[in-house]
Design a protein around this ligand. Structure first.
Ligand code: FES
Ligand code: FE
Length: 408
């Protein structure tokens, strides 16, 4: 079971029928309600198998039946037994509660029978919350909310669902950090400082700058809002900055120097900086690409997708997939092989693992009382990425997620 130890006891679905109203970013500790989220990799749930996950503070039971994944609230409506504590099933379409045997249709959550009271009036009346699910590109997406779900394409980064985009999801991990800590620096360029010694950069022989200085004083400059039809968020085209490859400093008479792994004078820049874009969209998905070195064998024509799915107030689920445009099945197979045997390792172990370390290392400060977003941080003109994201997220989210019984 995939559940952090400090999750609160009552992770129930909400039933909020109030009109959708965007909430402040600072209030979104459990994420934004009424959005689609990737729950897990498709390969993580096989035919007849039960899986439980906590998403946005709700405990959810998944089952795959005849290839299709269904999801209901992971709590019996009789007296609250958590099905996943001992999942029981006697037909493919049902879940039976281990405690007193109440049996439910997994496809819609309806109570279909009570062993000790076959004529119970509860049958046909009582219903577990049933979640809309869509499986696409090797991921299981779930809609957490109360409204009629919008198209999935409104809640995923651009081109993810394109027919010719072959996607290979390859990583899923629960990270001990609130989802906003990760989203705030998704592809923010100054955090490349911590990537300076990463294996992927060395593999590419990449003269990645240590940091980048903004050219102007307006922190929002250079970021393009995405507010039309489709996903909402913003785009960063990585151009209007001054790259810094060497940083010298002095303290108490001692000189120090920090350098990028490769000298740009000796190594011609190979990164696709001229065409690379970072796109961060609601509720929590990033696309970056074309990613990395020049197109071809070095992986530079791939698109990197990732999500920071809220689990609870102090954890998020980090999901990574790579995608590439392909013309036919043979090309798709090659991409599949290339990502699984090379890039999944280099990208996660040699790069994104550093992001996990940074996010987990930052969590303590953000969970401390009084350190609410924007209160004790010292943001400046270098933090335009984070400021832009917070602005767009606050404007376009479809509502606040609160715990069952919590104040809206
Ligand atoms: Fe599930 Fe009683 S708690 S049947
Ligand atoms: Fe990073």
């Amino acid at each position: 079971m995939n559940k952090p130890a400090d999750v609160a006891a009552s992770n129930r679905p909400l039933s909020n029928t109030k009109p959708v109203k965007p909430c402040a970013y600072e209030e979104a500790d459990l994420g934004f309600r009424n959005h689609w989220y990737p729950a897990m990799l498709s390969s993580h749930i096989r035919e007849t198998e039960f899986k439980t996950l906590t998403i946005l503070g709700e405990d959810i039971l998944f089952k795959r039946v005849d290839g299709i994944v269904y999801a209901v609230h992971d709590e019996c409506a009789h007296r609250g037994f958590q099905f996943s504590a001992k999942p029981e099933s006697h037909t493919k379409n049902t879940v039976t509660c281990y405690f007193h045997g109440f049996t439910y249709n997994i496809k819609n959550g309806e109570l279909i029978g009570v062993p000790s009271d076959p004529s119970s009036k509860l049958v046909g009346k009582v219903k577990l919350h049933s979640y809309p699910i869509q499986e696409a590109k090797g991921l299981i997406f779930i809609f957490i909310g109360d409204i009629e779900p919008p198209p999935l394409s409104d809640d995923v980064p651009p081109a993810f669902l394109d027919d010719t985009m072959h996607i290979v999801p390859f990583h899923q991990e629960d990270v001990h950090a609130n989802w906003r800590v990760a989203a705030d620096s998704a592809s923010e360029f100054n955090h490349v400082f911590m990537h300076k010694d990463d294996l992927l950069i060395k593999y590419w022989k990449q003269p990645l700058p240590l940091v980048e200085m903004p050219k102007g004083d307006n922190p929002y400059e250079g970021y393009v809002p995405l507010e039309g039809p489709g996903p909402k968020g913003f785009k960063d085209v990585f151009r209007e900055v001054i790259p810094v490859f060497e940083y010298q400093f002095e303290c108490e008479g001692e000189k120090g120097v920090i350098r990028s792994a490769f000298d740009p004078k000796e190594h011609q820049g190979t990164m696709n900086l001229g065409v690379m874009e970072g796109i961060l969209v609601l509720p929590c998905g990033l696309r970056i690409g074309p990613w990395g070195a020049n197109p071809g064998e070095m992986g530079g024509d791939y698109y990197h997708y990732e999500w920071y799915v809220p689990i609870d107030e102090t954890h998020h689920r980090y999901i990574i997939a790579w995608g590439k445009y392909v013309a036919n099945a043979a090309e798709a197979l090659k991409v599949e092989h290339d990502v699984r045997t090379r890039w999944s390792y280099l990208e996660y172990e040699g790069f994104n693992k550093s992001d996990v370390l940074a996010n987990e290392g930052t969590q303590r400060a953000y969970s401390a009382p009084g350190y609410a977003f924007g209160e004790k941080e010292n943001l400046s003109r270098i933090d335009g990425y984070c400021l832009m994201w917070r602005r767009m997220a606050a404007k376009h989210n479809r509502g606040r997620q609160v715990r069952y019984g919590g104040k809206k």
